[in-house]
Design a protein around this ligand. Structure first.
Ligand SMILES: NC(=O)NCCC(=O)O
Ligand SMILES: [Zn+2]
Ligand SMILES: [Zn+2]
Length: 484
């Protein structure tokens, strides 16, 4: 049974053109004029774009004494309703736990997924077992390893562990990711703020100033350079971090930066709200910043020094946030956004002229598909690509309300945002699961997307490393002093 998306304008990362798109067996089989099929989806007045890829989610994640509330059921339903058709989640071994055992636990959670998914593996501790298991992780289709430079005493790794793991990534053709904040400095700032009586959610932001992020990005960039690997920096929130990435890229280093839609559109005034719940619901790391930093992030997306917009979707209920009443360090860190990423970025980015439509597709889908080595199966409107498609109606409008969202939590950090530009249809491997406000997802439809080790960037970097590595000078024995 075939489907044809008819009468729309195909918008990809590099061009826009009028064409119909035919789908058979979950794959795009033809792009052209006057196509016919068994079922027609009317895309008149709409843009036909690759479905969004969110490379940074934490669904049902054990964290800070609780679990994030959106799981692979509500999380992927939320994703699809907002036009995102692939999520990349983090397998998080507890310190001391086998990476392969953690992988099994995450596989078990994904049986409820209604859209496709992939994984990054976190390195939360280091010894010979981790070193060895990393190879099996890569063989199983995970080519990215995440390192937390913050969350001291929990997930944080030190420089020695990071350098060892980055070198291992280099050898395996994998890419390290970093959560870049100086965890030692954050821990000290938290302690002194608490000692001074600063216990409210605003102190979370005071304890994580832009300098802790800028310092950590610079350090990770240099460690990656010494290890001969590319680097991907998650949730880039400030000019200091962006500047380090920009500078690295100008110097020829392969460094990628990912701002979040939350940091682009919500600022630090949220933490000054008189309502404790309002402020605590917005506690995440790094925290929201001032408009100077937001302008820097928007400029980075337009100019190409930042490549991807994600959400870091890690949604906790108000009740969970209240674990930190009286002590801001106990407020579970994280915010939602999976459902809202595309519509909010379109309204605040494309409708304002900060991004073109093609840049929008690049930063929400195509760039990350290439960076994570799943292009053109994902992130493309091309014959042979998976039919993960969002048919985007630039005239559809809504106001964001927690009461009508798919996410399982009881609030939305974008509450009240007026949006113009929303999905008319969302298709996951050819299955149309969203028709305007009607969301009919199928639990279990989502499949794991394996991602092979990187052939190109890592080889180039290790070749260069080998050429420029210290080599002993071969000397003519006749030119050696006697007795050596
Ligand atoms: N970002 C955040 O505050 N929570 C999720 C875990 C992480 O990515 O650091
Ligand atoms: Zn993080
Ligand atoms: Zn995260």
């Amino acid at each position: 049974m075939s489907k044809v998306i008819k009468g729309g304008t195909v918008v990809t990362a590099d061009r826009s053109y009028t064409a119909d798109v035919k789908i058979e067996n979950g794959v795009i089989t033809q792009i052209g004029d006057n196509l016919s099929g068994d079922e027609i989806l009317d895309a008149t007045g709409c843009y036909v774009m690759p479905g969004g890829i969110d490379p940074h989610t934490h669904l049902e994640m054990p964290f800070m004494g609780t679990y994030s509330t959106d799981d692979f059921e509500s999380g992927t339903r939320a994703a699809l309703s907002g036009g995102t058709t692939t999520v990349v989640d983090f397998c998080l071994p507890a310190p001391g736990q086998s990476l392969l055992e953690a992988r099994q636990m995450w596989d078990n959670k994904t049986v409820k997924a209604s859209c496709d998914f992939s994984f990054h593996m976190a390195i939360t501790w280091w010894d010979k077992q981790v070193f060895e298991e990393m190879a099996a992780v890569v063989d199983s289709g995970i080519n990215t390893f995440k390192h937390f430079m913050a969350y001291k005493g929990a997930l944080m790794v030190n420089d020695e562990e990071m350098y060892s793991s980055f070198q291992r990534c280099s050898a395996l053709g994998a890419m390290p990711l970093v959560h870049a904040e100086n965890g030692d400095v954050v821990a000290q700032l938290q302690a002194s703020l608490l000692a001074e009586g600063n216990t409210g959610p605003e102190a979370h932001a005071y304890s994580r100033p832009p300098q802790v992020e800028g310092e950590a990005v610079n350090r990770a960039v240099m460690i990656a350079d010494m290890a001969g690997v590319p680097l991907y920096v998650v949730h880039v929130s400030c000019e200091e971090a962006h500047e380090a990435i920009r500078r690295a890229r100008q110097a020829g280093k392969r460094v990628y930066g990912e701002p979040l839609v939350q940091h682009l559109t919500l600022d630090d005034s949220e933490y000054a709200n008189a309502d404790w719940d309002h402020a605590a619901r917005r506690v995440m790391s790094p925290p929201f910043r001032s408009s100077v930093h937001q302008d820097s992030l928007w400029a980075g997306l337009a100019s190409g020094s930042l490549q991807v917009v994600a959400t870091d979707h890690c949604a906790f209920t108000t009740e969970q946030k209240r674990l930190g009443l009286g002590d801001f360090t106990q407020i579970p860190n994280g915010t939602g956004g999976l459902e809202d990423r595309l519509p909010v970025l379109w309204s605040r980015g494309v409708n304002t002229g900060r991004l073109t439509m093609n840049e929008f597709v690049a930063v929400t889908s195509t760039n990350i598909a290439k960076i994570l080595n799943m292009y053109p199966k994902k992130g493309a409107i091309l014959e042979g690509a998976d039919a993960d498609i969002v048919v985007w109606d630039p005239e559809r409008q809504k106001t964001i309300r927690a009461a009508s969202q798919q996410s399982a939590i009881d609030y939305n950090v974008f509450e009240g945002f007026e949006l113009k530009g929303l999905p008319r249809f969302t298709l996951t491997r050819g299955q149309c699961v969203v028709t305007e406000d009607k969301v009919e997802t199928e639990e279990g439809h989502g499949k794991f997307v394996p991602r092979k080790a990187y052939p190109a960037v890592n080889r180039a970097l290790s070749q260069w490393k080998e050429l420029t590595a210290p080599h002993p000078v071969k000397r003519d024995p006749s030119k050696m002093p006697a007795g050596v």
